[in-house]
Design a protein around this ligand. Sequence first.
Ligand SMILES: Nc1nc2c(ncn2[C@@H]2O[C@H](COP(=O)(O)OP(=O)(O)OP(=O)(O)O)[C@@H](O)[C@H]2O)c(=O)[nH]1
Ligand SMILES: [Mg+2]
Length: 295
Amino acid sequence: MKSGTVAVIGKANAGKSTLINVLVGEKVAIVSPKPQTTRDRILGILTRDDHQIVFVDTPGIYRQRNALTARMMKTTETTAKDVDAILFVHDGHAGLSEDDLALILRYEALGLPLLIAYTKIDIMPKEKIPGDIKALFDAGVTADVYPVSARKGVNLKKLEQAIAELLPEGGPLYPEDIISDRSEKFMIAELMREKILLKYEKEIPHGVAVVVNKFERHENGAYEIDLDIVCEKKNHKAILIGKQGRALKETASFARADMEKFLGAKVFLTVYVKVREDWRDKATLMKEFGYGEED
Ligand SMILES: Nc1nc2c(ncn2[C@@H]2O[C@H](COP(=O)(O)OP(=O)(O)OP(=O)(O)O)[C@@H](O)[C@H]2O)c(=O)[nH]1
Ligand SMILES: [Mg+2]
């Protein structure tokens, strides 16, 4: 059996988390059209008869502007050095810049087995693909390139097989029924954050942390969940809540529906909005909200 860890690396918004979710067959990481959706390393584990691929989702490469984004970039850098292979995800639809080429070459230089998933081919002209692949090779990239679409499920079997072949021989690293290393409580907080990313504009979602204070299952099977949405400015709080609380009510009910689907049970959700001025630059607050020093 082939088994090992694969860091999934690429620019913010490239489609890393979407690709992992589709390959694993379950939602292990939240997804949004905004960059910097993923903040932590999250495992997505795919087990078959002849291989186990432990995908490590990482924060996408993007501007660092505060202690939180600096921590995110550090997470990505350290993850890339501590795995059996790298899956570099490139957004084909966004085009191929000099910057992209340099980034791919930088990860190739780490010396680990590396594959490139050239994704989102469902929303771009197919004629562009060969030219981009040639540009990669001309720039000195030696990795194999797999044009895929996570959304339409194109070429994913081939990609999975190619990834498995990069991995060492060995037994499974995790029991076969485990698909992630993250708790239900973590996913609940992330699902709330996902809906905020989808509903609000500009800096607001990037300045939000979600803290679950109560996560209890009642005898009848229903969950009681209380959580805080922490934002970094007073005016953000007003926007999050909206006129007569309408915006928050809508976002919370959108999140609750997804939480019920995820937990397979009824959810009673209570949401509070709190302000912690500029928490993204304050180590103690970051730690309190789940973004502490990594070991
Ligand atoms: N059309 C199309 N859209 C895709 C595909 N894969 C991802 N997307 C979209 O691209 C956006 C970003 O997807 P994510 O999976 O959150 O990207 P990411 O690389 O994890 O982003 P960060 O966590 O911010 O680094 C979302 O709106 C996805 O729906 C694809 O194959 N086709
Ligand atoms: Mg992501």
